[in-house]
Design a binder for this molecule. Structure first.
Ligand code: 13P
Length: 257
């Protein structure tokens, strides 16, 4: 049985005051909605680097079962890489996870499969969990190239890791056309791609059964339950809706059986 994971990706959205209000809102909503976190999904918030410590401290003080993650990392440990942040720095800040190869990084920062694989290998050499994003564009989907594109991205990643790494790896299927658009893949569309990714993982090794595959792309309180009920959808990577604590909590509660 795979432990489901509900991860918020705040992207470049946060401030000291907004973060404090988010935690207050989440605590309040969990009381109002009567949520029992025990036995529920793992909950994670991937927040901008300047707020890692503040968020960890706010979470600790409110005794919430939430871990903090990052949204990108450099593939080197240290050195002359102005503006970059490394895995050892994240480990020292007690981060648990890092998103890699998000389509926004592929699109705006020119990240290639090769670079993303290097980052994954670096993260796997630490105690952090890599959440590796893959996904097709609208023209890929319309041109019936979804599986070709996903296979290329997943195989590029799998060619660089060991079969024993599959247990710790998390893959996020994020169709680009569904990100921030309000368009969501139907549960069946998402499951079809997740099942395909599962096959690729299993071809690498039997521990592919343990790899969690998250869905991301306009997941919200209304569509979360149907998506999360699919066999190979092991959680969600949530952008916009994770900025609203009440909505994020509703998605969390959709993952509680
Ligand atoms: P939205 O949930 O805003 O569509 O963003 C998804 C995403 O990119 C998460 O990484």
């Amino acid at each position: 049985m795979r432990h489901s994971l509900i991860a918020g990706n705040w992207k470049m959205n946060a401030s000291l005051a907004a973060n404090e209000a988010w935690i207050k809102g989440f605590v309040q909503a969990s009381k109002t909605q009567g949520i029992e976190f025990e036995g529920g999904p793992q909950i994670m918030l991937c927040v901008p680097a300047p707020y890692w410590l503040q968020m960890s401290e706010l979470i600790r003080k409110s005794s919430l079962p939430i871990v903090v993650g990052a949204q990108n990392v450099n593939e080197h440990d240290k050195g002359a890489f102005t503006g970059e942040v490394s895995v050892p720095m994240m480990a020292e800040m007690n981060l648990r996870s890092v998103i890699l190869g998000h389509s926004e990084r592929r699109q705006w920062f020119g990240e290639t499969d090769e670079l993303i694989s290097q980052k994954v290998v670096k993260v796997l050499s630490s105690n952090l969990t890599p959440i590796v994003c893959v996904g097709e564009s609208l023209s890929d989907r319309e041109g019936l190239k979804t599986f070709e594109v996903i296979k290329h991205q997943v195989d590029a990643l799998l060619s660089k890791i060991e079969p024993s790494d599959l247990e710790r790896l998390v893959v996020a299927y994020e169709p680009i056309w569904a990100i921030g658009t309000g368009l969501t893949a139907t549960p069946e569309q998402a499951q079809e791609v997740h099942a395909f990714i599962r096959q690729e993982l299993l071809a690498k090794g039997p521990l592919g059964y343990k790899t969690r595959i998250l869905y991301g792309g306009s997941m919200n309180p209304s569509n979360a339950r149907a998506l999360l009920s699919m066999t190979d959808i092991d959680g969600g990577l949530i952008g916009g809706a994770s900025l609203v604590p009440e909505d994020f909590l509703k998605i969390v509660s959709s993952a509680i059986a």
